[in-house]
Design a protein around this ligand. Structure first.
Ligand SMILES: [Cu+2]
Length: 139
């Protein structure tokens, strides 16, 4: 009798530990719902996207010469020189980059203010250099 009693008690003790262990495991993922953080991110920047433009720089114009984006957009410009070395300067957004002859360079900035801004070639490229400008419209 005594020999059977002890193992039975031990078995019950093991069962209780196992059951309470399971209960704890099931209880902890319950309160920590993963649905709450997901709703937070979209409201931060509702319409902000990356707008990418391919622009050809040649004597003495940018094509296209007018680009339109929305305020808050990340703007990426891929500029290709079709002839000699040019440049792109957009002082209002801290952009200044040389475009070597025949090459493509990229500049990226955030359109964090609305208005109409002028960008221009900042590498002397010939007689019409000063007229080589373009317009950025941020709505
Ligand atoms: Cu120029």
């Amino acid at each position: 009798m005594k020999a059977n009693y002890l193992p039975a008690f031990f078995l019950m003790a093991v069962l209780v530990v196992a059951i309470s262990g399971c209960t704890q495991q099931n209880a902890s993922p319950g309160p920590g719902t993963s649905a709450v953080p997901a709703t937070g991110s979209p409201s931060a920047s509702p319409s902000a996207t990356t707008k990418e433009f391919s622009i050809t720089a040649k004597q003495f114009e940018f094509l296209p010469s007018t680009i339109t984006v929305n305020k808050g957009d990340t703007v990426k410009l891929n500029l290709t020189s079709a002839d000699v070395a040019h440049g792109i300067a957009l002082p209002d957004f801290g952009v200044s980059k040389e475009i070597p002859a025949g090459e493509t360079v990229s500049v990226e900035f955030t359109a964090d203010k609305s208005g109409t801004f002028t960008f221009f070639c900042n590498v002397p490229c010939g007689e019409g250099h000063r007229e080589m400008t373009g317009t950025l419209i941020v709505k």
